[in-house]
Design a protein around this ligand. Structure first.
Ligand code: NAP
Length: 231
């Protein structure tokens, strides 16, 4: 990379919600050419979270089955596409209005959690990616095959439940990683991953964005627009 190149990054400290931010070499990589800045901004945090959960932690491989809760959310929508790019079979959950989106993202099986209990459909899966927690996490232990894993973004897995089912658990805490972001960029340029942006708001509307995010029913990402696209 050289001075003046367009970059994107998940910056750990002092990033986002700002006109200027400092990113270290270990956090940033070249912005995908096929995405505009709004789309690119929707990638790093959620794609790295999905990557670190599915690839680094769960070691998801081709032919395995993964159950992705909240498949229409920021992390979930990336996770479906990353898992498909790995050659895994994907079962994903969301409410009625997001069923079509789950299919578009590549889910082999889409479950409407308002109508169907996921445990009636998903059985003996290799990996669960949980971005919902509470009752959803509590009901997930029983759908994992022995030796499989639950990676959760929102809670500490219950050790007694893990032991009872002979499975592993991990609480994910995403970290910046430029080389993983470069791998994700490659998948974007190969048209295997595309961010879902449901709303673009101004920086001055950050409170509105935060209120929407707090509903836990956001489709993909909300992006705060800081400035016009550079020429
Ligand atoms: N640990 C980490 O490093 C890390 C990193 C990133 C994010 N997170 C956390 O992970 C969570 C997910 O974040 P996010 O930005 O991807 O999305 P989010 O806004 O929390 O969730 C979005 C999606 O979850 C779906 N959803 C809500 N209730 C559900 C249920 N009971 N079953 C299945 N799906 C359900 C919604 O679909 P419907 O509208 O169709 O219900 C929505 O599309 C957040 O709590 C976030 O703070 C943690």
């Amino acid at each position: 990379m050289k001075a003046g190149d367009s970059i994107y990054a998940y910056v750990l400290w002092g990033g986002g919600y700002a006109e200027y931010a400092v990113a270290t070499e270990g956090e940033a990589t070249a912005k995908p050419k096929s995405l505009n800045y709004i789309e690119a901004a929707a990638v790093p945090l959620v794609a790295l979270t999905a990557w670190q959960a599915l690839i680094d932690t769960a070691k998801l491989s081709a032919g395995q089955t993964v159950l992705i809760h909240g498949g229409s959310g920021g992390v979930g929508s990336m996770a479906i596409q990353i898992a498909k790019a790995r050659g895994a079979k994907v079962i994903a959950t969301a409410s009625t209005s997001n069923q079509e989106l789950l299919k578009q993202l590549g889910a082999d099986v889409a479950i409407d959690y308002t109508k169907t209990k996921f445990e009636d459909v998903a059985k003996d899966v290799d990996v669960v990616l949980d971005s919902v927690g509470k009752d959803t996490l509590a009901r997930s232990y029983g759908v994992v095959r022995k030796g499989g894993i639950i990676a959760t973004l929102v809670a500490e897995p219950n050790q007694a439940e893990l032991d009872k089912h002979g499975i592993r658990g991990a609480a994910i805490s995403v970290k910046p990683n430029a080389s993983e972001l470069a791998e994700i960029t490659k998948l974007i340029e190969e048209k295997k991953i595309k961010p879902v942006v449901s709303q673009v708001l101004l920086l001055t509307e950050a409170v509105k964005a935060q209120e929407q995010a707090a509903t836990h029913h956001t489709r993909g990402k909300i992006v705060l627009k800081i400035a016009d696209e550079p020429k």
